[in-house]
Design a protein around this ligand. Structure first.
Ligand code: HT7
Ligand code: ZN
Length: 853
């Protein structure tokens, strides 16, 4: 396996203007006929080199000439045809085996349905092709299959023909008028229930909206449909972007590697991001469905109409589309709470990725397996980079930049630089230094110093920028960083907001006319994806928690305070927490403004958020510190937490959004109260009375985390009720994986043998294996190394079944340097064992070599 480099990009020697596909579907021997009009680009007589993997080649024709095996070179990765002509029709017939395709790339079976996934490089598992995003063709696709088993035959674009055939078969033909790269091709065939609706665009065109779900699930698609219509309206209002085809289809399938896929006119979704009703889905599920539906819809412009020149530019579409879906979610829900969720993910996972062996800039420069670069860096940090452009240009400047981007590049495959140039040109802003965000990896950190001169009443703020290694190295250059701050006058409580632009290694700003030193709310709305080293007193943090104008800063001050005490608990054995902590968190608890926000303020930083802050931490010391802090607050505020819990329970007549916030606060209180002795009755009562999945899962989770006596009984009852509902059983496996019990490894072994466990289903594999690794640090990091061994064994199995899933699950092991030397050694042992596997996938090999070399 050889890596590819951004610097080596070359325009393709050939392009394909049209492709006419015919699929004769069969579980193990699907026949694919592809007729392409091919044209040479530029001069020379280079051969045509097509990508192709896991294919059986049946025939090749150039114009009317049938080629023999001597006329081409066939390998495991492609087909080379030495052609002389500059323009010709190429006809290729291949055979593929969807049933045995457990990697879920190309054409595969998801349950009884046929389904495709072509991004990033899955189309080459369907037929030989120029599988690169800058080759854009007009697709026509004819699908032939048994009518009884597969009444719906779907592909991209508009339906242009359909009819009956012999032997109970039928066909449907689709035509997509928009030229597209092959990664946006899709095919689905199956028997579904169909939810239909329509939307009239701002251009007054009626669009048919269709959501296909497994039989019996129709009512569970209502929320997805409503979300889709909200997203369509939002994009028209915010960016004047309307939908362009006559039909928009979404299909929900159970076997899927990621969340969803934005294929032109035919999105394929993991059913987890479509199906919901209050009985079976949580508030978080509802939120995520709305976000993912919007994300895929927004790709129609940012990704499909304007796509990536090459895969190194992935953040061009993903960073921008995540930014768009985050803005949308903020508008549909609480802006502050949405922002807090984004920041939690960034800090707990993206920062670790950016400090680990697979660290890469948001525009990577070297890739071996493209699937390994669908990362938090490309997506989430990529979105933060777009957000910084938004902050620097303002909403209006940004909207002008978007308009210019589409004016310049509609229908084209372009680069991240093209996007930034459009933003700069439309707004008259110099973004040349800013572009360094695209080529530098690592999380920058800012050191902040302050001084106040009571003689001159001048407050001075000095900020310097650094990388992880300390000072900026020669290759790491100063970034252009927008820093939003608020200076709060200690006496009046009045704040003054400012946008500072840090462009040098160190800069100072002076603010006049302060009678006393103001308190600074630093990095409002998390205006840049950086770490901050700013020694503020507990008192200053307490002021910020209650008085900062920006909700993110109010929350962040509390998190900083809590992290400070977690550090002390980890690093100073016998440390005793101060009573002042209870006083301030009592004040937070007494606020009655926004319960969802209060819940966030009361939530302790997650294990993953703190690991990152303590050098080579002993993970069990951190687990203990988190428990100690939680118990301390629970004991100190028991009465108030119980009152708040009760108050939330009694609230009726709430709007939909208020009810969500109310549940969040109630369940946060429950998570505290459940650590105290005698919590069993309270948890059991909530479980008994729960009228929705949010409350049920909160109770079961409390039972698991605190290993309550009734846990097994409660889980059995849940299993009996839900054993037929796959998405709910995923939750059951997840709760089991988080159980705080010494026999967890025996239990995990039994769960792997459970009749409903299926390692070939990515959702199920993640629900058990992924959840154990991320939600059960006490046992995952146990001193014997058994947790790491468990994970390595499952990765070994998945390596042969589904390399993409295996490669994602290995993340905590490759980030071994975060932990103490004992853990490092135990993790390395497992990593070396995996590296020695005989049939190692490219996905795992790339990560293991980056880690071990
Ligand atoms: N653009 C898609 C990325 C993707 C993917 C989706 C499903 C399965 C495998 C996949 N590989 C890459 C999803 C998105 O960002 O919207
Ligand atoms: Zn995306």
């Amino acid at each position: 396996f050889t890596p590819r480099y951004l610097a080596d990009y070359q325009v393709s020697a050939f392009t394909i203007a049209t492709i006419d596909l015919t699929f004769e579907l069969d579980d193990t021997a699907t026949k694919v006929t592809s007729v392409m009009s091919v044209k040479r680009q530029g001069s020379g007589n280079k051969p045509l080199i097509l990508d192709g993997e896991h294919l059986i080649l049946l025939s090749v024709k150039v114009d009317d000439r049938l080629l023999s095996a001597n006329d081409y070179y066939l390998s495991d990765t492609g087909l080379e045809i030495p052609v002389q002509s500059d323009e010709f029709v190429l006809t290729i017939i291949t055979e593929i085996n969807p049933r045995d395709n457990t990697a879920l790339e190309g054409l595969f079976k998801s349950g009884d349905a046929f389904c495709s996934q072509c991004e990033a490089e899955g189309f080459r598992r369907i037929t030989y092709y120029l599988d690169r995003p800058d080759v854009m063709a007009v697709f026509t696709s004819k699908v032939i299959a048994d009518k009884g088993k597969y009444p719906y035959l779907l592909s991209n674009g508009n339906k242009i023909a359909s009819g009956e055939l012999d032997n109970g078969k039928h066909f449907v033909q689709w035509h997509d008028p928009f030229p597209k790269p092959c990664y946006l091709f899709a095919l689905v065939a199956g028997d579904f229930d169909l939810l239909q609706d329509s939307y009239v665009t701002s251009e007054n065109r009626e669009v048919v909206l269709e959501i296909f779900v497994d039989k019996g699930n129709l009512a569970k698609a209502e929320h997805a449909m409503a979300s889709l219509k909200h997203a369509m309206a939002w994009d028209e209002e915010t960016f004047s972007l309307a939908y362009d085809l006559d039909i928009y289809m979404i299909v929900a399938v159970d076997f899927f590697n990621m969340g969803a896929m934005e294929n032109k006119g035919l999105n394929v979704f993991n059913s987890k991001y479509v199906l919901a009703d209050t009985e079976s889905a949580t508030d978080v599920d509802y939120y995520n469905i709305e976000a993912v539906i919007a994300h895929e819809y927004f790709h129609n412009w940012t990704g499909n109409r304007v796509t990536c020149r090459d895969w190194f530019q992935l953040s061009l579409k993903e960073g921008l589309t995540v930014f768009r879906d985050q803005q949308f979610s903020g508008d549909m829900n609480s802006k502050t709470v949405s922002r807090i969720q984004n920041v939690r993910i960034l800090r707990s996972q993206q920062f670790a990725e950016d400090a680990g062996p697979m660290a890469h800039p948001i525009r990577p420069e070297k890739v071996m397996e493209m699937n390994n670069f669908y990362t938090l860096t490309v997506y989430e940090k990529g979105s933060e980079v777009i957000r910084m452009i938004h902050t620097l240009l303002g909403a209006e400047g940004f909207a002008k930049g978007m308009a210019l981007y589409f004016e310049r590049f509609d229908g084209m495959a372009v680069t991240c630089d093209d996007f930034v140039n459009a933003m700069a040109d439309a707004s008259g802003t110099d973004l040349n230094q800013f572009k360094r965000w695209y080529s530098q990896s690592g999380t920058p950190y800012l050191k902040v110093r302050e001084s106040f001169d009571p003689q001159t009443n001048v407050y001075r703020l000095t900020i310097s920028q650094h990388n992880q290694a300390g000072d900026l190295s020669e290759t790491q250059r100063c970034l252009h960083i927008p820093v939003k701050i608020e200076l709060i006058d200690a006496d009046s409580g009045i704040g003054q907001q400012q946008l500072l632009e840090l462009t040098e290694a160190e800069q100072s700003w002076s603010f006049e006319h302060y009678q006393a030193k103001p308190v600074v709310a630093f990095l409002e709305d998390f205006s840049a994806p950086v770490k901050v080293d700013f020694e503020q007193t507990d008192l200053a943090l307490e002021v910020l928690m209650l008085a900062a104008s920006d909700g993110f800063c109010r929350w962040d001050a509390g998190q900083k305070l809590l992290s400070r005490y977690l550090h002390k608990l980890v690093l100073e054995p016998g440390y005793e927490l101060p009573a002042s902590l209870n006083t301030i968190f009592n004040k937070i608890l007494q606020q009655d403004s926004d319960p969802a926000f209060t819940a966030e303020q009361l939530t302790l930083p997650a294990f993953g958020e703190v690991v990152d802050q303590i050098h080579q931490v002993d993970p069990l010391a951190l687990v203990t510190a988190l428990k100690t802090l939680k118990t301390f607050l629970a004991e100190g505020l028991q009465e108030q937490l119980a009152a708040c819990y009760q108050n939330c329970r009694e609230k009726t007549d709430l709007s939909h959004q208020q009810a969500i916030g109310n549940r969040a606060l109630k369940n946060t209180c429950l998570s505290y109260l459940a650590v105290l002795p005698g919590a069993d009755a309270m948890v059991a009562a909530q479980l008994g009375n729960a009228a929705n999945m949010t409350d049920t899962l909160a109770a079961l989770n409390a039972s698991a985390v605190n290993n309550l006596a009734a846990f097994d009984r409660q889980m059995s009852a849940f299993e009996s009720k839900w054993h037929d509902t796959s998405l709910v059983m995923d939750k059951w496996f997840t709760i089991n994986a988080g159980l705080n019990s010494e026999d967890i490894f025996e239990r995990l072994a039994a769960l792997l043998e459970h009749p409903l466990f299926c390692i070939k289903n990515p959702n199920r594999a993640r629900a058990l294996i992924g959840a154990f690794v991320s939600a059960n640090p006490q046992y995952f990091h146990c001193q014997t190394g058994r947790g790491y061994q468990f994970l390595a064994e499952q990765i070994k199995r998945l390596n042969e079944i589904n390399p993409q899933v295996a490669s994602r699950l290995i993340t905590p092991l490759i980030q071994y340097k975060e932990y103490d030397l004992l853990r490092q050694q135990l993790m390395l042992e497992q990593l070396k064992g995996l590296r020695a596997l005989p049939q190692l996938s490219k996905d795992l090999l790339e990560k293991l070599d980056a880690t071990l070399n």
